[in-house]
Design a binder for this molecule. Structure first.
Ligand code: SF4
Length: 386
């Protein structure tokens, strides 16, 4: 592996990324779902060949880290045997689909996702950037509007609405042409210069280029911001995880209960379950303080981190009121959250505090120790409810 080290990529299973704590492998389970056999097998692989925790990412993928050069080939062949790896790097990197986890049989989600994955891997498919993704959000009410995606597909009357991220207007489509319409929008992204925009994302392009007429015919309906639920939902039972981290032992226990759907909200949906046994790592109550904190890997796992993140976030969680969010970031990149009410950024020997801003925003408090941070956060909460 050492000669093939690749850094700065969105990691996959076939193209891992090197971090301070070893190789990082990201898995895109087909249709965002694990069968019991896949979940059981993945838990065993994580225990034997990686740090024994599986992370759920903000795009509802899975990540394993801490993998050695020796373990990687064994892990990869185990993942391949479980049906969790695409045939080649091209197929893996292009299948960037986020499915609303509340899909139901017959609503078109799994069929459209499968057809879209094939279309994206066709020889004539546009060469899209690594982070370019599609959201398939076919419930009666959209739930993925605040999740990262470049092309959004939603239900519209008896058919579908396809629109560019950043646009309030789109194109209607039917079941038999919805994939072709989405691919046409992806093709326009390339032809209109999307690769030359700073972030290579659809919203940047839409801000500077008019959309083709076809994608300006149907307004995107307004929808209330989705609040990810916990507990019983019509499709099963939702349980959240602190920082999206699913210990291998917990994953193995869940494998004995149901098929699992991954969500982009650091949670798993256990299909068809009305209740689940109490497991210490699962969060099932909306007032659990662990839901209020976000933190990236931080030091020592990430080479760009100036300090540790998760222990500090955990220590500060209990002092945050319900509904309050705190993001602790190892550097100004802010991987774990775009902009929480309170953001703490590690520096070489202290922390900065930002009030209502991203990790890259100018700090409101600088050079703080953890104790000073706790005091300042309390003072701010009492002075101005955030
Ligand atoms: S925010 Fe910075 S420190 Fe944290 S994971 Fe991202 S790059 Fe690493």
């Amino acid at each position: 592996m050492s000669s093939a080290r690749i850094q700065g990529w969105c990691p996959g299973a076939l193209r891992p990324m090197l971090a301070e704590d070893g190789w990082v492998v990201r898995i895109r389970p087909p249709l965002g779902r694990l069968t019991p056999a896949q979940a059981r097998g993945l838990a065993a692989l994580a225990s034997s060949h990686a740090q024994d925790t599986v992370e759920i990412t903000s795009r509802a993928n899975l990540q394993l880290r801490g993998i050695t050069d020796v373990d990687y080939p064994v892990l990869l062949s185990g993942l391949q045997a479980l049906g969790l790896v695409d045939t080649d790097v091209r197929a893996e990197s292009r299948r960037n689909l986020l499915l609303a986890p509340f899909w139901q049989a017959g609503d078109g989600t799994t069929e459209v996702a499968s057809a879209l994955a094939l279309a994206l891997n066709a020889p004539q498919a546009p060469d899209l950037p690594a982070k370019f993704g599609f959201a398939l959000d076919f419930g009666d009410t959209p739930v993925l509007r605040t999740n990262s995606a470049d092309i959004r597909m939603e239900r519209c009357d008896a058919g579908f609405l396809v629109y560019a991220d950043g646009s309030a207007i789109g194109a209607r489509a039917h079941r038999d042409d919805v994939v072709a319409v989405a691919m046409a929008l992806a093709q326009w992204f390339i032809e209109a210069g999307g690769l030359a925009t700073p972030r290579k994302r659809m919203a940047s392009l839409v801000a500077s280029q008019p959309l083709p007429r076809r994608f300006t015919t149907t307004p995107v309906p307004a929808a209330a911001q989705h609040q990810p639920p916990l507990g019983r939902v019509p499709q099963g039972y939702l349980a959240a995880l602190e920082f999206g981290q699913l210990p291998a032992t917990t994953l193995a226990a869940l494998a004995e209960l149901a098929h699992l759907r991954l969500t982009p909200w650091r949670s798993v949906l256990l299909e068809g379950m009305e209740a689940i046994p109490a497991l210490p790592d699962l969060i099932t109550r909306a007032d659990d303080p662990r839901l209020r904190i976000h933190a990236c890997t931080g030091a020592p796992g990430c080479g760009q981190a100036a300090g540790a993140t998760r222990p500090l976030a955990r220590a500060l969680a209990a002092s945050l009121p319900v509904g309050q969010t705190l993001h602790v970031s190892g550097c100004t990149k802010g991987c774990a959250h775009p902009a929480a009410a309170l953001t703490v950024v590690a520096t070489a020997n202290a922390y900065h505090l930002i009030h209502h801003g991203s990790a890259a925003a100018p700090p409101d408090g600088v050079g703080l120790t953890p104790a000073e941070l706790a005091t300042q956060i309390q003072q701010r909460l009492h002075a101005t409810p955030l």
